[in-house]
Design a protein around this ligand. Sequence first.
Ligand code: PLP
Length: 448
Amino acid sequence: MLYRSTRGRTTGLTFQDAVLMGLAEDGGLLIPETIPALTPLEADYPELARSVLEPFAPGLPWPRLLARAYAPERWPRGVAPLTRLGEDFLLEIYHGPTYSFKDVALQLLGELFEHLLSQSGQELNILAATSGDTGGAAIYGVRGRERIRIFVMFPKGRISRVQELQMTSVLDDNVFNLAVETDFDGCQQLLKDLSGDLEFKRAYRLGAVNSVNWARVLAQTVYYFAAWHEVRRQTGAERVSFCVPTGNFGDVLAGWYAARMGLPVARLVVATNDNDILARFFQNGIYQRGPAVNTLAPAMDIQVASNFERYLFYRLGEGLTPAMEQFARTGRLEVRGGDPLFESGSASRQDILATIRNVHERHGKLIDPHTAAGVAVASRLKRDEPLVCLATADPIKFPEAVREALGREVSFERDNYEGRPTRCQTMPAEADALRRFIALKVDRTAPR
Ligand SMILES: *Cc1c(COP(=O)(O)O)cnc(C)c1O
């Protein structure tokens, strides 16, 4: 299986190249040249994952990598347990090391990087921008691993305390936390600036773990298959819908790929918060940038969804490049004709709070504000088929929102990282400052 860029000028890459490159060198996103049709096994999670991943990346020691990434010590409650929420289902993909669904992909990506680099003898310096959850999950994926350093930028003062402590309390020598004086889109812009500086990118062997990395999207397709098998087992239904709290469009895109591989998906529901650019797109075909607003679900406070380009490629084909150039100039693009697989909706602050409260009252279950945005949107849908809401974070990551919703203190089951030593560097939102920081750390710690 070979990979190409959505922009068409980077082609013929292997899976290994695609994973290490992250963003394509022509500025596009890497995608498989074809999407294989699959009949995935009804098996335990690592074995199911192997059956899904192998056609996209043959020749890797998948059983070993997957056995480690999804070991029960890392996932004491399973990788993707399905629970009931009234007539719907909740797919709890947040029981990994950093309490967010991003662990599903990043635990595997850490294993993959380590394997690929040990084969080639090369090093990798990962640069990441996080709205809160990617950073922790990426750091826990690669902390302490040989041949890898990680630099994580987060918007200073705009992520939750648990999220920040989870990252900054990791003191491994290969981990660098950067609090950048900007918002998340500003952090993503810095990431794009440095990834677009090919000379710097090559000299410092920069790689990406953001959801632009193909391996992340691919790893996330697996739990759609797992959920589908389980729902069919419980209900007998052949077709299942999924409601996905959406920010960078990585998670729901994985569902779309699963459907393209042949999984009988009835509908994919794109749920946003007040940053509703994607919800609007799936209603009127117009993708138009607006100002990002801060909400209770910060991992979804995104205007320009980096993974959306992959989906647009399948809608526009070679028309993608001019459309993206137009979007870069004007902040707007329009795609004619709809896509019957998708539905969308957005959840306001009040919707999120009321949903956390209602779910707790009715079902005795705490959900986080991102999951609540999805459940709020799902509650408005008419359904003829079973609906699975993806639960993307443990509520302990967002205790302020949960407290506000319930109007009282709550205690959580998991560690909140308070009281540990931390390490973090504050930085202005300037590409040159970032270049200098990376150069200093890499040159100083480079093996001789
Ligand atoms: C990252 C994240 C999302 C959004 O996922 P995308 O793949 O960016 O659409 C939703 N909820 C939580 C808790 C997240 O961390």
